[in-house]
Design a protein around this ligand. Structure first.
Ligand code: F0G
Length: 536
């Protein structure tokens, strides 16, 4: 008889105990709502959709343990107990590998031994890692809790930009990344720095869908040759940081190999440039390394995460990803590391960052989050690295991609970690669809109109193709993304989406081009412009 794990990858890993009824909205009602919301899919009321793939960000289902931890939330203005728990959970997740401390259990179990609480949680001090503790966090702050990833990006880039300009007044600055996310790119740009995407050259290579369980080309990697060329061309003092996004959301959610991280680190070391992660989907990335990179099969996720983070000088993170929590973000850098040294110009960079954190988000011990959410997040950090959870999620996305590929829909393969992406250049091949006709957006409008499904264009419209120079235009892919929130959807949602996407693909000649009717020059315009589909 076969063993349980030979019956396929999908051993059930959880069960819903609460469900939400989806409303029975008609096509005519959606058409009316589309018109009323200027055909901008971001503005469409979520409650009127059948399935919402706009984002996996903060939209996942919390576990029963996370709901239970909300009750332990402490809304104190100064040093709420969740602050200590969260900082320790971050050390556990990113630094301690297979030896987590789990100080969170002192709170969740209602520990009443005051001395134990003081010695093991409230009055402990740490230094030398990503999260100083006790007096060291005051003297050399290096850990900043914020409400979401983009707040961390804002904090980082708005603080370093003036320092760079003061230090190197005649320089231009460039921040390379294996793929900047839209908010990262925008936060860099508004601060007068140029973001550069160094996608892996194999990103759009064909991949057979029946091989997805057997191998992975790690298409999320950074193109290291281009990184070296950029540094040579622009000069070391023009590259303040190097960024690696794990997984590479803008490049179809593809994972990054440990070997690539190591190689980028070598280049960063050679030129003495701090290396950062945009760590949004670190656990999913680690899970791909475990499955496909030689030498990692017998390692735990925590152990792999520890190695990944041992290579970087700091990271910004949205804790809303990976299905971790509904809200949360952070910015962390290595105590007395390269980033600290480079940017502590006249004043300690951590102190500067802390001042801005307090001015803009809140006292350092909650950073704009509620005490309840801090507890749910800390609990989520322990759950997100569980392999059974990660596998179930990964196989759901893989199945979604495989079913589309079987129907000949041009989906980027292999599937990434949190979403499937359609290649819109291929989708409209042969139809003379011009890049500035934004047909990818037209496709997302039709998906809502006909089928009540929301997806998101991440292509020439979102990345503002028409406002970029030819060099920057090369860094824009033409994709539509279906991001899958964690533990929200099951096979019926995926099958419905596959059927709807296939139907539209088979009728792609009827998909309208789209014009921007209001706000073409707004920054981050995909969140806010008015649109008009033009039907023939
Ligand atoms: N970096 C990456 C790679 C992201 O995917 C996101 C958000 C952010 C940074 C910003 O984080 O939303 O917490 O401020 N991505 C979401 C998405 C919105 O749908 O992909 P945030």
């Amino acid at each position: 008889m076969k063993l349980q794990n030979e019956l396929g990858p999908n051993i059930p890993v959880n069960k819903p105990l609460v469900v939400r009824t989806i409303k029975d909205v008609t096509k005519e009602q959606r058409e009316y709502a589309l018109e009323k919301t200027e055909y901008n899919v971001f503005s469409f009321p979520a409650d009127l959709l059948f399935v919402d793939f706009l984002s996996d960000s903060g939209s996942g289902t919390m576990t029963d343990l996370q709901w239970a931890s909300l009750f332990h939330g402490d809304e104190s203005y100064g040093r709420n107990k969740g602050y200590y728990v969260l900082l320790d959970a971050i050390r556990d997740t990113f630094e301690r590998g297979d030896k987590p401390n789990r100080a969170i259990n002192l709170i969740l179990s209602g520990e009443t031994n005051v001395k134990k609480l003081m010695d093991e949680l409230y009055l402990t001090s740490f230094e030398g890692g990503f999260v100083n503790g006790g007096v060291h966090q005051l003297i050399r702050p290096n850990a900043f809790i914020v409400p979401q990833g983009r707040c961390a990006e804002f904090l980082l880039f708005s603080t370093i930009a003036p320092i760079l300009k003061e230090k190197y007044p005649s320089n231009e600055f460039f921040i390379p990344n294996n793929g900047h996310f839209d908010t990262t790119e925008a936060n860099i740009t508004v601060n007068g720095i140029t973001p550069v995407n160094l996608f892996s050259a194999n990103l759009l290579d064909e991949f057979p869908y029946d091989q997805m369980d057997n191998r992975n080309p790690f298409k999320g990697n950074m193109d290291i040759k281009r990184l070296e060329t950029l540094i040579h061309e622009k000069g070391v003092d023009s590259i303040p940081l190097i960024y690696i996004t794990i997984t590479n959301n803008t490049a179809a959610g593809q994972p990054v190999e440990m070997n690539n991280i190591r190689e980028v680190k070598k280049v960063a070391n050679k030129y003495d440039i701090p290396l950062f992660f945009d760590a949004c989907r670190f656990a999913e990335n680690a899970n791909f390394i475990k499955e496909f990179e030689k030498g990692y099969q017998n390692r735990t996720i925590l152990n792999i995460v520890q190695e990944m983070f041992s290579h970087v000088d700091g990271f910004t993170i949205s804790f809303k990803k990976d299905g971790l929590a509904n809200i949360g973000g952070g910015f962390f850098f290595r105590d007395n590391g390269k980033f600290h040294e480079k940017f502590s110009f006249k004043e300690d960079i951590g102190i500067k960052l802390k001042e801005k954190q307090i001015l803009t988000f809140g006292n350092d011990s909650y950073g704009g989050m509620s005490g309840r959410d801090i507890m749910a997040l800390a609990t989520g950090l322990y759950e997100v690295v569980q392999e059974s959870y990660l596998n179930e999620r990964k196989f759901q996305i893989r199945t979604f991609a495989r079913k589309l590929a079987e129907n000949h829909v041009p989906v980027i393969l292999p599937a990434g970690g949190h979403a499937i992406y359609l290649n819109m250049d291929k989708f409209f091949e042969g139809l003379d669809a011009k890049i500035d006709e934004f047909r990818g957006v037209g496709f997302t409008i039709e998906l809502i109109r006909h089928y009540g499904i929301r997806a998101c264009e991440l292509g020439p419209f979102a990345f503002e193709w028409d406002k970029k120079n030819p060099e920057q235009q090369k860094g824009i892919l033409n994709l539509v993304r279906f991001a899958v929130p964690r533990n929200v959807y099951g096979p019926s949602h995926i099958d419905y989406a596959v059927a709807a996407i296939t139907e539209l693909y088979n009728n792609r000649d009827k998909i309208p081009k789209v014009e921007i009717s209001r706000g073409a020059n707004l920054r981050l315009r995909h969140f806010q412009t008015g649109l008009q589909p033009i039907y023939k």
